[in-house]
Design a protein around this ligand. Sequence first.
Ligand code: MTE
Ligand code: MO
Length: 529
Amino acid sequence: MAEAKGTKRKTRRFWPWAALAGVVSAGAFLAVAELVALLVGSGASPILAVGSFVIDIVPRWAKEFAIEVFGANDKLFLLLSLAIAVVIAAAVAGVVEYIRRPFGAVIIGLAGVVAIAATVTRAGASPLVAIPSVLGAVVGIVLLSLLIPRLRTWRDSTAPAVATGAGSAAPAKAVGRRGFLRLTVIAGAASLVVGVGARLVSVATSSIGKVRDALKLPEPASRVTLPDGAELDVEGLSSLVTANKDFYRVDTALTVPSVDPETWTLTIDGMVGETVTLTFDDLVAMGLDEYMITLTCVSNEVGGSLLGNAVWQGIPIRDVLALASPDSSADMVLSRSVDGFTASTPISALTDPDLDAILAVAMNGEPLPLEHGFPVRMLVPGLYGYVSATKWLSGLTVTTFAKDEAYWTPRGYSAEAPIKLSSRIDTPRIDKALAAGPAKIAGMAWAQPVGVGAVEVQIDDGDWQPATMSTPVNGATWVQWVIDWQAETGTHYVAVRATDVNGTVQTEERASIAPNGSSGLQRTLIRVT
Ligand SMILES: Nc1nc2c(c(=O)[nH]1)N[C@H]1C(S)=C(S)[C@@H](COP(=O)(O)O)O[C@H]1N2
Ligand SMILES: [Mo]
């Protein structure tokens, strides 16, 4: 009994080493997979494929939590969580292999199957993308089955003399221990160098940034002209046009898709008289015009910053659709991105001659930034981004809401989602005390596609007072507003509400972002000292 307990304790003493063997084996798996993925091409990296798969399957609350807590770092958070999960699973695999082979190897094999499944099911994947995961898993299993026997030799060599034979303990200990540690260190270091190196090479050789820098777009036939008073000058107020570098980004893409305009095509199919495929040159040759459109995310909370305004250059979607002669019984266009994302847009919003729904190729005077959909994206005034603003666009399928659904529809968001009339306070901010005396309260308001007619502000329990608005550029664009205020020492509440040009007043009724956008009034606390 005492001896059995002693053996058990001794066995457990080696568990951390077994866990390390598992982690090093998993590291070799990923390193080999990354290296081979370099040769096979985009979409073959198992860690990124599994990450993308996780993005597609995580429940809505988890996604909302990640966006809320980590904002633009939500993808970094996902990758870190994934890395921690991989390390834990790998450590378990090592210990399991040590206790009872070959079950640790089986765990690595299963991880290989998951990686293969995740890579081959990505949009547009070729069967070749399975190769890195297969080779990686094989290397991981081989390494684990080399390490664990060495660890056992080490353990056995530390057994009491009665078990291993007198005199042999000392040299066996040296051999077993050194054999295990040497292979662990070499394999671990090699994996680190190869894995990190392969990732870096993959990022560095991605030449799409250079392609974008070299792209010359023709001059647009028309420019957006700003009316007098289109922009107010108030400290702390958002600018009328959001700079590209400050523009919010929301998408399901773990890595920004690389799409070369040289090989890009757009296919218009489905319920059409004729399927049409356009090249980038075909599209641009239809003629560019400038449009100012404020893009808004359904995930924007009351008072939030998930919206931005830009000057876009593009082509009306109604002209592009007309080339394919859509069937009059169709009521939806399902737009598709190269990465598999889809959006469902009512065809009426795309063909309305009074609404400039466009395929955009430029944003604020330059080709679309890679993360905002290079080379071509959609923009539809008045509809939230997830039902209209497909980035890295690759196809338009003319169909019906009854027949097809988009990416977010089975994930708890409405199939159709017009932007809700809303407004926000940019200054003063709740986290910054204000000095008593004359002050300005200012912010933004939006009512795409009709436009804002009026903005009112309420201070404490006072009456709603009209704010001064910037001159609207068009109905698809937000406006700025400002009101002068004599700030008195103490704490105050400020609320804002917008009215659209048709006289509809922003509702006080609170709604959360799911299923079709937040509502309610922003009421902010101001401290005056
Ligand atoms: N391919 C693709 N396009 C997409 C998305 C996406 O996840 N993938 N997200 C949509 C959503 S939810 C919004 S709000 C807008 C955001 O565009 P931006 O990142 O350029 O601001 O893009 C839309 N287009
Ligand atoms: Mo969005």
